[in-house]
Design a protein around this ligand. Structure first.
Ligand SMILES: C[S@@+](CC[C@H](N)C(=O)[O-])C[C@H]1O[C@@H](n2cnc3c(N)ncnc32)[C@H](O)[C@@H]1O
Length: 188
């Protein structure tokens, strides 16, 4: 996220992390990099979905979401309707959702669950092993590669249809801080 912010100083980036250690690590990196276009929510990303207006986010990143491998914990995964529909609402029609995971079962789950929440899959099967142009590996990705788990990269596009249960946020996007003109969101 910090590297992305440095490479795209005209883009406002929102990050969310519920664990204080993760927030402290991110703040240290932001300070050391001297970037001014990141805002961190120290909490669950769903809090942002409650307050952001419709169509505010230009691109969303879901990078190595917690896999919750046990079947009885599946409801805790991000790629469930309770996260995906609110995310779709705050994303602009046509905005990209980029998802990376090293868990084959999570990817299979996402291939079914994300389109069911109003997104179109853009990545063909042959393209799933190729990261996005300008991609900078995350800490978790580096660990997965060291441990022999190759990642998959999926790109979805938010469709034009309004999401169920839409509304709830303010009517217009809040003013962007200083110069950033677009908004991206990183989850976790
Ligand atoms: C496996 S780690 C991946 C971290 C980072 N994206 C990377 O690739 O190095 C998953 C992260 O998602 C965070 N997370 C889990 N649930 C979240 C939620 N509801 N909102 C925001 N972050 C969440 C966890 O605290 C953890 O830091």
């Amino acid at each position: 996220m910090v590297a992305q912010a440095a490479a795209n100083p005209g883009v406002g980036i929102l990050g969310a992390e519920p664990f204080v250690n993760g927030v402290a690590m991110a703040l240290g990196r932001i300070r050391r990099a001297g970037v001014a276009n990141i805002r961190i929510h120290a909490g669950d990303v769903r809090d942002l979905f409650d307050i952001l207006p419709d169509g505010c986010i230009g691109r969303a990143f879901l990078l190595y979401p917690d896999p919750w491998p046990k079947r009885r914990h599946r409801e805790r995964r991000f790629v469930t309707p309770s996260y995906l529909w609110p995310l779709a609402r705050v994303m602009a029609p046509g905005a990209e959702l980029r998802l990376a995971s090293d868990v084959a079962d999570y990817i299979e789950h996402a291939l079914a669950a994300v389109p069911a929440a109003g997104f179109d899959l853009l990545t063909p099967p042959a393209g799933r092993a190729t990261p996005w142009p300008g991609w900078m590996p995350t800490r978790y990705e580096a660990k997965a590669l060291r441990e022999g788990r190759p990642p998959a990269y999926l790109t979805f596009r938010r469709g034009p249809a309004p999401s169920p249960g839409g509304g709830g946020g303010p009517a217009t996007c809040p003013a962007a801080p200083a110069s950033p003109v677009d908004r991206d969101a990183a989850i976790g």
